[in-house]
Ligand binder design. Sequence first.
Ligand code: NAD
Length: 328
Amino acid sequence: MDVAVFSTKPYDRRFLDAAVAGRHALTYIDARLDPTTAILAGKAQVVCAFVNDAVDTAALDVFAQLGVRLVVLRSAGFNNVDLAAAKRQGILVARVPAYSPEAVSEHAVALMLSLDRHIHRAYARVRDGNFALDGLLGFNLHGRTVGIVGTGRIGLGVARIMLGFGCKVLGYDVEPSPACEAMGVVYRPLQDLLATSDIISLHCPLTRETRHLIDAAAIGVMKRGVMLINTSRGAIIDTKAVAAGLKEGRIGHLGLDVYEEEEELFFEDKSDAVIRDDVFERLLMFSNVLVTGHQGFFTVEAMTAIAETTASNIDAFERTGRPVHEVL
Ligand code: NAD
């Protein structure tokens, strides 16, 4: 099949070329997908898209005119796709439902450990010949309460690690997981979890219900000095409310791998550019904030699994007219 791969980086080529092994003709497109770049799909029957590609009504209209029949996402989340518009146009959508959830779970824990022990600050200090410990005081994770919002695949992985550290782990989910309960996760209503956790880690998908789940009111019930971690999707937190919470000292540590306006920033080298996002710049002013640029998925294991599942979605579509992991 002819496949147009949007938002391609050199690492995408490496893993996709290996997984597809010449079975399909891949055209790599550097540009991010939006209504103006959708035309670059050309004669492709399949479009391959990533997290910040806008698979919206306008892009899908262009795809329908070009004859695209399938969109395969190199991601688990599909909040960037207008599913109703895809259905209207008769374009199928597929994703990679699970590709090494441990990659993201471990990254969430990396953010927790780095923030708690100020590793990002210690790294810079020691390189500068400053060995003073003032300002680097941390706390033991052992005995602390960790609240996990969304106890699916990634949330379960975080729970497993934090239980290993000797933490008490609370969970909130619209569908509690028996596997988590069996491990020792205690389910609580969201408000209780927010009010009693020392660390809150977000692992629910971005939906209409979860958009700005963490807003000023939610921050208002949290413990003073709470650590908030978001490796899920940026818009689950209201960034302005979180910045205010940091300023007031309500939020003691903030670890983000995702940001609600990340489309304009992440995955690109902007080191020579002026970043014109005041909210983002403000966050970076706080020494108790650690931001990574959506790299939770970026391990060899996860990239291999993403590429292989994407290839299997295209293979199955070619054979049967349906991808393996269709988003319905
Ligand atoms: P999953 O589907 O296995 O788990 C999501 C869980 O959230 C489910 O148990 C579901 O019941 C729960 N949920 C749904 N709505 C909820 C709500 N309103 N309140 C509370 N819980 C709710 O998904 P996963 O594989 O664990 O991934 C979770 C999210 O992580 C994805 O949706 C994606 O946005 C994000 N993600 C980020 C990266 C990264 O690189 N940072 C990589 C992969 C996934």
